[in-house]
Design a protein around this ligand. Structure first.
Ligand code: LMR
Length: 356
């Protein structure tokens, strides 16, 4: 071996040894949380994922690093669930319609058409005993539920008008992987096709499917309005998310850090629910402005007809979802309605002073 080669090598090794000995203690590497999702960053879920990243990194003073991967960049719908279970990613927020293939069909409660008459009922269901019960079902799957995020009510779109029930006959409608959604489309006379979210735009463009359903924020940010001539504002069903983590990963975190992240998630959930409706309203305005899609508001009498056609789906899924969960949801809706009636009566009374 030539001396000229040995000497610089030795010198490098010595230099490295010295600098190692004198270097200040390095800070521990941050714990990485890979947060994968399938929608665009400028949607309620996308913005909330970024907000969580900000809170988590700031409040943990850099002990965690949250890497957000939007738009199915890492994994598509079904793959991301598997990736979470094997620990390839640590956090997801799949829509509630995507838990069936995992073997927890009760989440499809949220897919039942017209089950939530308003957002207040929805939040009470998510944040109360029903939501808690659903999260306990994830335990056996190696998953921990952290919170429920909102997107909004779904609207129907296609290349032909969707006004009366007869308009659905024979249409190929893309759905998420939910048996309830399959039954819903069949009850309307359509032909449901399960498909990953990332494939919907091109499937609509190429005519593989004729139409779909989604809240406005998803429809607009995926540019579906460019390939859908008709949109019916029907609010016939709901789309929300469960934020979930790999159970082992979460359980192994230092307790103080887990508490910090838990609080960051609670605060993110408040933020997310505040922006969800705003984002959807803005998306509707943008779709109208784009002028590519005719927007039709479903009139009350047709809404009643849609409801009559779709409500039997509730009964058909009692066994799969759990009769108790469905009945409990009806009770929450009734309580909310009662509260509203009482509030209205009190307001009326206060505005009309009693005669002496
Ligand atoms: C869909 O697949 O239509 C949606 O669930 C996508 C999402 O996550 O909002």
């Amino acid at each position: 071996m030539k001396l000229s080669i040995v000497l610089p090598t030795l010198a490098l090794a010595l230099a490295a040894a010295t600098s190692f000995a004198t270097a200040p203690a390095q800070a521990a590497e941050p714990i990485v949380i890979k947060f994968s999702h399938v929608v665009a960053p400028n949607t309620p879920k996308g913005r909330a994922a970024d907000y969580f990243k900000k809170l988590a990194e700031e409040r943990s003073h850099g002990r965690v690093k949250v890497e957000v991967y939007p738009n199915s960049q890492l994994y598509k719908d079904r793959e991301e669930m598997e990736a979470l279970q094997i620990g390839a990613v640590q956090m997801l927020a799949p829509s509630l319609a995507k838990f069936g293939p995992l073997g927890v069909r009760s989440f499809e409660l949220f897919d039942l058409p017209y089950i939530f008459p308003n957002k207040e009922t929805l939040y009470r269901v998510m944040d109360g005993d029903i939501g808690k019960k659903l999260f306990t079902l994830l335990d056996a799957k190696g998953i921990t539920g952290l919170g429920f995020w909102d997107n909004g009510f779904k609207q129907m779109s296609a290349n032909t008008p969707l006004h009366s029930l007869a308009d659905f006959k024979g249409l190929k409608m893309r759905i998420q992987s939910s048996k309830v959604l399959e039954a819903q489309m069949q009850a309307l006379g359509a032909n449901p096709q399960v498909m990953a979210f990332s494939e919907v735009y091109s499937a609509l463009q190429q005519g593989v499917v004729d139409g779909t359903e989604n809240p406005m924020s998803n429809l607009y940010t995926q540019k579906m309005h460019e390939v859908q001539k008709h949109l019916t504002l029907s609010d016939h069903g709901y789309l929300g998310y469960a934020v979930i983590v790999n159970k082992k990963f979460w359980g192994d975190l230092p307790a103080d850090l887990r508490a910090t992240l838990d609080q960051a998630m609670r605060d993110t959930t408040v933020f997310e629910r505040k922006i969800a409706q705003v984002e959807n309203d803005e998306a509707l305005a943008k779709v109208k402005a784009a002028g590519t899609t005719q927007v039709y508001v479903l009139p009350y009498k047709d809404r009643v007809a849609w409801q009559q056609a779709l409500l039997p789906v509730h009964k058909a899924f009692e066994e799969k979802i759990g009769r108790d969960l469905i009945q409990a949801t009806y009770r929450v809706a009734a309580q909310v309605e009662k509260g509203k009636t009482t509030a209205r009566a009190n307001k009326h009374k206060a505005a009309k002073p009693e005669k002496k």
